[in-house]
Design a protein around this ligand. Sequence first.
Ligand code: NAD
Length: 510
Amino acid sequence: MTLPGTSTLAARAIAALGRCGATLPTIAGDAGPVPLTARTPIDGSVLAFLHPSTSADVEAAVAGAHDAFLTWRTVPAPKRGSLVRRLGELLSEHKSDLADLVTLEAGKIRSEALGEVQEMIDICEFAAGLSRQLYGRTMGSERPGHRLSETWHPLGVVAVISAFNFPVAVWSWNTALALVCGDPVVWKPSETTPLTAMACDALLRRAATETGAPDGLHHVVLGTAVVGEQLVDNPRVALVSATGSVRMGRAVAPRVAARFGRCLLELGGNNAAIVTASADLDLAVRGIVFAAAGTAGQRCTTLRRLIVHRSIVDDVTDRIAGAYRQLTVGSPFDDSVLVGPLISGKAYHAMHAALDTARADGGVLVTGGQRVGSGESFYVTPAVVRMPEQTAIVRAETFAPILYVLAYDTFDEAIALHNGVPQGLSSAIFTTDQREAERFLAADGSDCGIANVNIGTSGAEIGGAFGGEKETGGGRESGSDAWKSYMRRATNTVNYSVELPLAQGVEFGP
Ligand code: NAD
């Protein structure tokens, strides 16, 4: 495997950052307080050293955002949309730079990195249109001469805490909507992807200046979970939108609830697809391979469990194994590569341990699971494992490319296996039988927030609401009416009569 030179990678990151308008602080690797180290999973080398935010920085960011809120909430929503429209234009202009940073920090292959930036552009377009559609409703009042309606108002400061694997898309889903809804944002990106965040922040600040938006609408704070915790506990943060592991959500949710703040949680998934005997197998295999091995298995929507009718399970497994053997693993900057690196050695060791456990549970490794290369980067061949049953390791999310294959006999059994995990993010069925498809989408079918037919579990469009049930946390972001999480609802009753009738016919007074 040939990797680009280390100095090339750091230079490429700094150049892309500079073109986006962000500058690196002057900081020596071994001077002063422990710096935050930006590394690339491509070869494990250092891209830059950065200052982690102090608690005073976090407090100042929230205070600045809160000041901006007092002005921004009164700016008409369509004017707020102008800021997001301009941001979308700048993201388009810098698509290649941002994709470079996503590849460098998260290890995504070029096509997926460009796709992630496109997702930012798409949500800006969506949000600019939305800025004229933040509709309330009018309900019929039970009293004569009365009007009953609801109005949506800006909520306050939104803290966005994001994961490494979608370093910019998740930020944009939240930020584009928050801004049109009248809310400033304080963003704590993953400690693994700080440079990408700095580039986005610089572009948003430029859009704000050019469109005359108030100062302080957007802040980035850098650091580990400790910095996130300060946002979580800050009473001036109205909404904590946190994306990451279930472990993180378990820590964050009760802290926000303790101060009666709002939480929007987008946590881990353990996504499955059912392949029925009637499935179009050529289409199914293509969908399965992208969903399971794409992004080196590091999407929250990655396909991790395949539940296949017993009559075709051997054939489907063979076809997938054949397709897996064609997958090229290597540098994500190489156009012929489809599988880039795992994010860290920790991720590799978790994958290794999961495969050992699966084997001890009676699983058979059909293909993959080997480390490619050595040193400070961690590349693997995606693994397929036949499992005799849905054991504990199959029910856990291992954030790496492992696809567990299970066989079923009856459709009810397939649905039970599908729903028999703690997570509830994305799901799919491959079938040409309409009854099976509809049953999968029905109330007693898939229990996930996303349920697809004849398409894999990953690669959602921004137009729909994105999120999942059970341990995935219940939050919804992106399209549809997800904007409502970023606003507060006021119910208004207006009496335009000269009488004062009470609701429910209550009589009161002399
Ligand atoms: P992670 O939980 O380790 O970190 C996510 C973010 O939370 C980081 O910014 C981290 O610093 C912060 N954080 C961690 N503990 C915290 C705490 N106690 N208080 C405040 N902040 C805290 O996750 P990761 O390894 O970066 O990402 C992978 C995980 O994210 C997977 O489980 C994946 O399924 C999930 N994910 C979910 C979605 C979704 O939309 N459902 C999207 C992307 C990733």
